[in-house]
Ligand binder design. Structure first.
Ligand SMILES: Nc1nc2c(ncn2[C@@H]2O[C@H](COP(=O)(O)OP(=O)(O)O)[C@@H](O)[C@H]2O)c(=O)[nH]1
Ligand SMILES: [Mg+2]
Length: 326
């Protein structure tokens, strides 16, 4: 039996829909602010358009303990990429900072040499206090930068708490940056930084102790090798002197190839897409629930619950049926 095609409701063309491009930094900056403010009007128009236009950027997350040299290394890597003619966007995520300045100010000073470079866009965002908002708004900012046409999008995130796991979900490749002062392998395992790395980088190779850490990382990596899985390389760099960036970029290219050409790599990309869908749905359901929760109907159900007219399970059943459409 043939099914009748339903009339397309969403096929209406969107008026004045202007996608940002990497050449228009001011427009892009305004868009990112609206995304971070969870501007719901973007959802029907701009976000789907951005999603369609995205998927071409190379996205790399860089995480590691504070002070290890993430910002310094990103500045060096940006320099390397610019020489190769690539446009680069940098998104610095610091959920512990309530401002988009504060803790990241030092980074900005270091990044100042790129202020006049049209091919580099730098954005800091502090997203504290938005439940679940870190992942979703960062994801959408990344998507916007991708859609704007940057060749490479780098995300800096402080390796504290859950942040590094949040970032790993959003990027193709995760770099864990460590230094001789980061402690030994056992401490790193405890910090949860070992499992998320696609590439290990030991910075401050000019300082004593970096060789030992590098050897430890390589031994650890080899212990878990096999089964068609990606084996994270461990590379030494001197971020401040700009040494090791070519080797780092090569390692990142190798990982990109693994993602597209190996079955495990493709599985990972498929899982990432499904997770994105789940997060979008979760945000929508949470919104519908919060609308219902503030309504008179919900107060009535809550009152019945208080009076013991119904039990909490029956109350939940009733509320579930009352969930508003969006
Ligand atoms: N000795 C040495 N110090 C470095 C190197 N790279 C960065 N640093 C220093 O490490 C400190 C922290 O760097 P920063 O990039 O702010 O670290 P972040 O907190 O991880 O972003 C700064 O004082 C840098 O100058 C390096 O290759 N060698
Ligand atoms: Mg930094």
């Amino acid at each position: 039996m043939k099914r009748k095609k339903a009339p397309k409701k969403s096929a209406r063309p969107v008026q004045n829909l202007e996608l940002p491009t990497w050449q228009s930094k001011a427009t892009l900056a305004r868009l990112l602010s609206r995304i971070e403010a969870r501007d719901l009007t973007l959802r029907k128009t701009l976000l789907p358009a951005l999603a369609k236009a995205s998927g071409n950027a190379r996205t790399v997350g860089i995480t590691g303990p504070p002070g290890v040299g993430k910002s310094t290394m990103i500045a060096s890597l940006v320099g390397h990429l610019r020489k190769a003619g690539k446009t680069v966007a940098v998104l610095a995520v610091d959920p512990s900072s309530p401002f988009t300045g504060g803790a990241l100010l030092g980074d900005r000073v270091r990044m100042q040499e790129y202020a006049l470079d049209a091919g580099v866009f730098i954005r800091s965002s502090g997203t504290r206090g938005h439940t679940g908002g870190v992942a979703l708004s960062t994801r959408e900012c990344l998507m916007a930068l991708d859609a704007a046409g940057f060749d490479v999008v780098l995300v800096e995130s402080a390796g504290v708490g859950q942040t590094e796991w949040d970032i790993r979900k959003l990027v193709q490749t995760t770099v864990v940056l460590l230094g001789p002062e980061s402690g030994d392998g056992i401490q790193l395992m405890k910090a949860g930084l070992m499992e998320i790395a696609d590439v290990f980088v030991v910075n401050k190779a000019d300082l004593p102790g970096s060789d030992r850490l590098l050897a430890e990382l390589r031994a650890w990596v080899e212990g878990g090798a096999g089964g068609g899985h990606w084996i994270p390389p461990a590379l030494p760099v001197q971020a401040q002197a700009g040494r090791g960036m070519e080797e780092l970029w090569k390692a990142l290219e190798t990982h990109a190839k693994f993602l597209t050409e190996s079955p495990t790599g493709r599985d990972r990309q498929r899982d990432a897409r499904r997770l994105e869908l789940l997060e979008i749905l979760e945000e929508r359901l949470a919104e519908r629930l919060s609308i219902l929760w503030k309504s008179a109907k919900a107060r009535k159900v809550a009152a019945d619950l208080t009076d013991r007219v119904i039990d909490p399970y029956a109350a939940a059943d009733r509320l579930e049926r009352l969930l508003p459409r969006t």
